[in-house]
Design a protein around this ligand. Structure first.
Ligand code: BGC
Length: 866
């Protein structure tokens, strides 16, 4: 039995009032199909806090703890027993620990006795970039259990008696720090000594104090506060608890890292040790926003060795790691004090085979380490890099492969999806999608991991989400990000295009911003944050998607207010005479029908904005229904009916399709249920694609849905032709050019080897990887049944085609593993499927024959010609 609490394995420091327990039974006894009952007990020591008693139900995911209020800083054991329809019994147990819950976080925020904030309006070269180290020496007795609860304004890492605490990176992650700040909980029982101990917390700028050079500085001021840490070390022995907290008795010194910056990298001097010659200062930050981190931390998830070392035509030494990865280099080096290792990072080599990093824009992305004497190992701890190549600018002696290894970093989520088929190009595309998911799930969903951006762009996050739901158990990861999305909404409910928000140029709530901005707020479409449809619609799309994949009703409950506020904002505009503002829209971003030199595609902005608005209202209606909120259902049913009618009156022909001519307008018309005559709409789309030379001419909005819309309305063959095309424009063009991750542009490297403009040319951008959903659900055939969230019932319906002779997909659902593999052989189609315990599936064979199945392994065959 695999048991999780809040989607996590044995979490520590949970600040969730009623944790939810989920379990799955991987190997049911012979003949068992479904769960008959469950019983869950939560115990504190020998005391039973909650006994659910025998519950006759098929529910095995997200079962809420219903006992009395949990106590802070307490360990609980969870015992689960389930019975099946054949009266077999299954048992398992796990544990979790609470964090501060409703009690105050002990200790104060402390920092340096001098200013460590970035002066965003000042000279950039004057930015404060050196991490500080906060230290406390203390006496301790032996402890049975010791926990360190720690957080920071900036990112931090800790050592206890010289040993690294925990294995996470970039803690406490990125949130809108002053509204929501996570703290991490570490088990330090084994690190604590009897007698003298030394605890050190290094705090670096991380995401907090840094400038985003291309965004308006005035708006970033709120991000410029002094670095700080807060910690409480709780030591328990024989019923007695001792606490050591951050206060003014701590000392402060400067780190041997002289520069630590997310964009620019790290400089570290191995010869130096901090001098703790200053007292720490207590800083007044709000402690009530502290919350125990409840999603997987960023960790070393893979280790990548150097694949090749080469010299470029320009004579530079470059290390190739074989794949476009994200992480930090671990160097192993022997040398003399003062010698240096200096590295630069790049994703691609240029047409001549020379080192190229112009597409990192202002991000310096460098790493300089100054040696002490002898053998040493070091890796940067205050930054991360997105790269395939490392240029070795300085190294003591000749660099060898064994000197450098990459620690690949991403949020340590459970991998759930696997895919393979007979077409090697598609397998590579799938690997590239996974690589870009890893590279952009570093604590929050980002657009890219290398240039001076790496931000929580909302469109990128939402359009990739249904693919991500196949690949990883992203529920806790998105729960955290969506909480921040809600916290960052504007006064009127607008959702920022970037979460955590970096205002670009919106009117702001700060009174000192000036009256003109305040005046603009009277405009219905102006709020204190920048918004745009499709981007901000992440507010409705993400929670609803997560709910359907993981049967997580709580995410809908938690986000419903946010969805509602966003829809209120949209609806007020939508029904006003001026309509939804088109000036703020990014439209079908980087579409292939954009004018030369522009990024916004040709699909009219009003149609897209209004279409997205109707869709957001529809999803909010569905969420209201799922929550059984009748009042909201009434409100949204009315809104949906009128918004849809309005859309049809404005954009549709009498035949019930949209009047517009672009591919994306037709795709959206169908996917967002905007038109009456979907069959005709898809027929027009298919005709247009053929006329366009069987090329996709779409951008951010059209690409995630184009294949689904075609294949769901009978154009599977055309969908395969688009997918398998290898000339530009296509997904496989980049695969043929050797891509190892998904590019921002289908032709980031053009046919002649030249690049797209460096100001917008990421080679690790998962947005176009949203095709992964189609690969799992249509090639692999594993499809969600939205009526039964969490794959309680699902559909197995692969669509053979495109000359593929076999494919296999598997998905670790919350109930266990679903798999589907098929092959076409000797005029027969053979399908093998596995349906996990406690679920059922409808299998649809290519002939259209339907089989209803429950838990078990199945094989079906029928005549089939490739
Ligand atoms: C990002 C995108 C994002 C877009 C919006 C870009 O700079 O990298 O992926 O969605 O801006 O304009």
């Amino acid at each position: 039995m695999k048991i999780k609490v809040e989607g996590l394995i044995a979490p520590l420091g949970l600040d969730v009032e009623k944790p939810r327990i989920s379990y799955s039974i991987a190997s049911p006894r012979a003949g068992a199909k479904i769960q008959k009952s469950y019983r869950i007990a939560v115990k504190k020591g020998d005391d039973v806090m909650w006994d659910s008693k025998e519950v006759y139900s098929g529910q095995s995911a997200n079962i809420e703890y219903m006992g009395p209020a949990l106590e802070p800083y307490t360990a609980y054991r969870v015992e689960v027993a389930a019975t099946d329809d054949k009266n077999n019994r299954y048992t398992g147990e796990t544990y979790f620990e609470t964090g501060r819950l409703a009690t105050e976080f002990k200790g104060d925020f402390i920092g340096a006795p001098f200013r460590t904030a970035v002066d965003l309006n000042g000279d950039p070269s004057q930015d404060y970039v050196q991490p500080i180290v906060l230290r406390k020496k203390f006496h301790a007795k032996a402890s049975e259990r010791a926990r360190l609860y720690v957080s920071s304004i900036g990112i931090h890492f800790c050592t206890l008696n010289g040993k690294t605490v925990g294995d996470s990176f970039l803690a406490p992650g990125w949130t809108p720090h002053t509204k929501h700040l996570q703290y991490n909980t570490h088990d330090v029982t084994g690190l604590l000594c009897e007698g003298e101990n030394v605890l050190e917390i290094t705090v670096a700028n991380g995401w907090y104090n840094r400038r985003v050079p291309w965004a308006e500085l005035k708006q970033q001021e709120k991000f410029s506060n002094d670095l700080a840490a807060i910690a409480c070390l709780r030591m328990e022995q024989a019923g007695e608890t001792l606490e050591l907290v951050t206060d003014e008795s701590w000392q402060c010194g400067l780190s041997n890292i002289s520069m630590g910056s997310i964009f620019d990298g790290e400089h570290c001097d191995g010869r130096k040790i901090p001098e703790f010659d200053q007292p720490a200062k207590v800083l007044r930050y709000d402690k009530s926003v502290l919350e125990g981190a409840c999603h997987e931390a960023v960790k070393v998830m893979e280790r990548k060795p150097v694949k090749e070392i080469f010299t470029t035509p320009a004579g530079e030494t470059v290390l190739d790691f074989g794949e476009n990865i994200v992480g930090v280099p671990l160097i192993r080096v022997n040398g003399r004090a003062g010698e240096r290792v200096s590295l630069k990072f790049a994703e691609v080599m240029d047409r001549q085979g020379n080192y190229y990093d112009a597409n990192y824009r202002s991000a310096k992305s460098e790493y300089i380490y100054t040696l002490k004497d002898g053998y040493q190992e070091y890796y940067p701890k205050t930054t991360y890099y997105g790269f395939r190549y490392i240029k070795v600018c300085e190294f003591p002696g000749e660099v060898k492969a064994e000197n450098i290894e990459t620690l690949v970093l991403f949020s340590a989520m459970e991998r759930t999806g696997h895919f393979q088929c007979s077409n090697e190009n598609l397998n590579q595309l799938h690997r590239n999608i996974c690589r870009s998911a890893k590279g952009n799930y570093v604590d929050l969903p980002t657009d890219c991991p290398q240039r001076d951006e790496r931000l929580g762009w909302t469109a990128d996050a939402q359009e990739f989400l249904s693919t991500a739901c196949f690949l990883y158990q992203v529920d806790p990861f998105f729960t955290k990000w969506l909480k921040d999305l809600a916290l960052e909404q504007g006064e009127k409910g607008a959702v920022p295009v970037i979460v955590p928000n970096i205002n670009l140029n919106a009117a702001v709530e700060d009174s000192d911003f000036g009256t003109s901005a305040r005046d603009q707020m009277d405009d219905l479409s102006v709020d204190s944050v920048n918004w745009a449809n499709f981007w901000s619609d992440a507010a409705t799309i993400c929670p609803y998607t997560i709910y359907t994949y993981f049967d997580d009703k709580r995410i809908l409950q938690n986000q419903f207010r946010s969805m509602d506020r966003w829809c209120d904002f949209l609806y007020a505009m939508y029904t006003s005479p001026s309509g939804v503002n088109t000036e703020v829209q990014y439209g079908d971003w980087v579409a292939l029908d954009a004018r030369d030199g522009a990024y916004i595609g040709a699909t009219p902005l009003d149609l897209l904005a209004d279409g997205c608005t109707v869709y957001s209202i529809e999803l909010t209606l569905k969420a209201a229904k799922a929550l059984g909120d009748q009042e909201a259902v009434g409100k949204y049913q009315k809104r949906y009916d009128s918004a849809l009618k309005r859309f049809r009156d404005q954009y549709c022909t009498e035949e019930g399709i949209v009047r517009e001519s672009t591919q994306t307008s037709k795709i959206v018309a169908v996917k967002y249920n905007l038109v009456e005559n979907k069959e005709l709409q898809v027929q027009k789309l298919a005709e247009q694609i053929e006329q366009d030379g069987c090329r996709l001419i779409v951008g951010f909005i059209g690409i995630p849905y184009i294949l689904e819309v075609l294949s769901d309305y009978g154009y599977t063959d055309l969908a395969y032709r688009l997918l398998l095309r290898t000339e530009y424009p296509s997904w496989l063009y980049q695969v043929k050019r050797g891509a190892t991750s998904i590019w921002e542009h289908l032709d980031g490297i053009k046919e002649d080897g030249s690049f797209w403009s460096p100001d917008m040319n990421s080679f690790n951008h998962y947005a176009y990887g949203s095709v992964g959903d189609w690969m799992y659900s249509r090639i692999g055939g594993i499809r969600l049944d939205p009526e039964y969230p969490g794959f309680k019932h699902f559909v197995i319906r692969p669509l053979p085609g495109g000359g593929l002779t076999n494919a296999q997909a598997s998905y670790e659902s919350i109930y266990g593993q679903i798999s589907c593999q098929w092959k076409c052989e000797g005029g027969r189609f053979v399908l093998e499927a596995a349906v996990p315990f406690n679920t059922s599936a409808t299998v649809v064979l290519p002939s259209g024959e339907v089989k209803e199945v429950d838990c078990g392994s199945y094989r079906f065959e029928e005549p089939y010609m490739v």
